[in-house]
Design a protein around this ligand. Sequence first.
Ligand code: HEM
Length: 303
Amino acid sequence: EDQNVEVQVVDAMDKVFGAHPGFRAFHAKGIVVEGTFVGSPQGAALSQAKVFDGTSIPVTIRFSNNGGLPTVPDGSADANPHGMAIKFHLPDGSETDMVTNSLKFFPVSTASDLRDLFEAIAASPEGAPKPTKFEQFVAAHPKVGPAFATAATPSSFAAEEYHGLNAFVLVNSRGERQAVRYLIVPERVAHIEASAAAARGPNYLMDEIPDRLARGPVIFHLKAQISEPSDITNDPSQPWPETRKVEELGVITITNSVSNSAEAQKELLYLPGRIIEGIELSDDPMVSIRDGAYAVSFSRRSQ
Ligand code: HEM
């Protein structure tokens, strides 16, 4: 990977979406909610991380739309995939994060390919000569089309399944290591047609979740897809077979929205590589590069 891909990828995002002071370079539109996580015995057997020890851990969650436009309509295809970022607040004051989205696999293998994808989009405005740079990129990267085809428009942030995509390694108290990919599974997945989403208005997802929480909690199951030794762990564009075992790591109970979401999300920084003992990076270099890019975006949006 290039030395400066963390900066280049954020620059390329800004070329596509424009720079919007105070907002994230990507997943710019979102809403912050709060709740708790309780780890399961299976989670504790897979990882000694304190987050899975069965005690109730406060969580701060940000749901988001794809893209760098703070005003993207929630039901637009450009808002897919939606994101779910979770920050777990451990009793010792430390934090660990998970940053997931609703794609079933990632469109490209590496961060430099993602940079090149945004560069190609930026170089392919309306009326650009055919084949456009974007069309050429898609032709040369066969996972882009199929990956985006896995994204749909949810009826609610609470009715979507989210995927960690990058592999992590869980380490238990016996030192046993298991590469996994996280899945965040709602009680019910519900997708709607673009026309129905448009009828609900441009902020229907952001408006719906506080209303829902006022009526009662929202439950998700945090799960781990368990890899086999032959599975590739350094390429999130390669899904593992559907037949792989999935273990429950615990239950997320979202209890409330926050009154100052717009301010709260400015202060929040989720880092996919913010991990604690019992969770390790895999051989996928993308996670550390993501950390760098998220930090670049954070420092720009905090100015
Ligand atoms: C090389 C790959 C990637 C790069 C360079 C990248 C870059 C970024 C950047 C710059 C941000 C804004 C961060 C901020 O200002 O706080 C962001 C946000 C986000 N990304 Fe990525 N991303 C990558 C891959 C992924 C993957 C694989 C996922 C899902 C599994 C994902 C899901 C998200 C989500 C959900 C957010 C919003 C986080 C929040 O709510 O604070 N990204 N990404």
